[in-house]
Design a protein around this ligand. Sequence first.
Ligand SMILES: Cc1cc2nc3c(=O)[nH]c(=O)nc-3n(C[C@H](O)[C@H](O)[C@H](O)COP(=O)(O)OP(=O)(O)OC[C@H]3O[C@@H](n4cnc5c(N)ncnc54)[C@H](O)[C@@H]3O)c2cc1C
Length: 540
Amino acid sequence: MPGKIVEGRTLNPSDDWTLMPDFCVVGSGAAGGVAALKLAEAGFDVIVVEEGPNIPKEQGHGGASHVRKMLNEREAEMYKLLYQEGATRLTKNGGVKVLQGRCLGGGTAVNWSACLPPRLETLDEWQKRGLPFTRQNLDPYLREVVNYLPIVRNDKYNTSARKFIEGCDHLGIPHDNLPNNTHNCRECGSCGVGCPYDRKMSGFVRWLPDAIAKGATVYTDTKVDKLVGTADRINEVRCRFLDGKNRPTGGTLVVKPKKGVVLAAGSVGTPGVLLRSNLDAGKRVGRWTHIHPVTITIGKYPEKTSPAYGVPDNMWTPKFAAGPTGYLVETGSFFPVLSASATLQHGEELHRIMRDYYPHGAISYAHHTTGFDDTQPYGTVALDDNGDPVLDYVIPKPNVKPMQESLVEMCRIHLAAGASSVYVMRNPPLEVRGEADFAEIRKISFAEPQRSTIFTVHVMGGCQMNKDNARRVVNNDFTFRDKKNLWVLDASIFPTALGANPQVTIYALALWGSEQICQQNNATFKLKHQQGGVWPWPGY
Ligand SMILES: Cc1cc2nc3c(=O)[nH]c(=O)nc-3n(C[C@H](O)[C@H](O)[C@H](O)COP(=O)(O)OP(=O)(O)OC[C@H]3O[C@@H](n4cnc5c(N)ncnc54)[C@H](O)[C@@H]3O)c2cc1C
């Protein structure tokens, strides 16, 4: 029998629920959606618990194809609704803006749809740390993701991508299509605030509806407070229902899973749940959390560019991607509210920048790999006074020069494409008009919070898989250290930064992890989409 979505906010606040499924999956994002589907397909009774809101399928205002009424494409409202802390999440010292989804589908609901496979160099590093994944043995899992979503080489380029191609061509920099998981994209540019047309193959369009069709039930507006158990098992998942303003309604849910718990609350959320449960694995949980710090440039062009429209992220250059501190330069959509908040200006100066750059802008940004340096502390997730997880993160020193250089290279590309100036998000503002201004970029230290904009949309690690006992939180079979019925499947298991947009890798590893869970519970796991699609990464 199909399952359903139960919205915690609609339940009677005085109700206390107890449920006894086979599995409780915590989080409905990239890893949670995969786990829900594969465990339900294997015949298990599955409950998914998601702290964010449901995104129901209902006819909206924008014609027949507008099928998610709630997603109204208004940035200011959607960030509040769909993101952790209303998209105001910062690292502890305020130095990095951390964007993470918090809704049905998690990050997949709001991400920019770019799909790259795991970087080979990173997989080699992970092998040195004892992880079992190789290019060869991941192949069937990657194929499954490619064919199931599907992933395509969508070559409808927005202005940012077209300007980038022009600039790269002038400079002889190779560039390539960046595959993504859109299907018949309407080019509204709203991926980052949730596609209202179901044209982005997010979790709430693919994995979760299929899981529900196989019997899984998803509880939204339901926050997991803690796990309770004995020395080697988890017996209860204790949750609270939340109202429309994310306040506890008073109602509670206790899940007593017969087989176990799958943690998929993301790289800040999963350590948060574990720490609240006093499961810190000997002070290892939350440690060595990685991000890809992002640097941003906006070029100003003579013509109006409508920079908020089009596929946000489908053009990049692999030129700078190699090495432990390599970076991926990609193009994006210039979302006005998000970008305005990143300018670090206010009042008249902010007004001027938006007036000048928004209608004439094109945007590019660089995701930085933060290396494989075991002497670096990277980030640490700990609990604040309210019991909420906070990421403490300082930019590693080896990344400072590459971050300056990514800004220089992106400025060069804009200028070669005809930009009259390039805005580098620094306070005081820096507008680059020629090579002479590059010296100013090379002075940015990225050390002082709120002096230069750094954001991240890729958080990884904090519960790493690693053969090194001093760092290992998750075993190679995805179980949590010494617990037999607790598995971690999300990006928190990464032992280092990935060096690629992570959703594809998270999906592939979550498939692998779901197979492990099925095997450990004597159930059949099947990959069902090994053929049919077009391989989107030639040469990989
Ligand atoms: C704006 C943006 C753009 C991005 N663009 C791209 C891109 O183009 N390509 C790409 O590959 N990646 C992109 N990403 C990153 C990608 O989406 C994430 O890396 C991925 O979704 C992480 O998967 P996950 O399973 O680890 O966690 P998530 O997808 O974050 O899912 C975790 C879920 O757990 C829920 N949760 C947390 N704590 C609790 C709790 N206590 N109780 C119940 N539920 C809880 C959260 O609400 C969330 O829904 C982007 C991310 C963002 C935010």
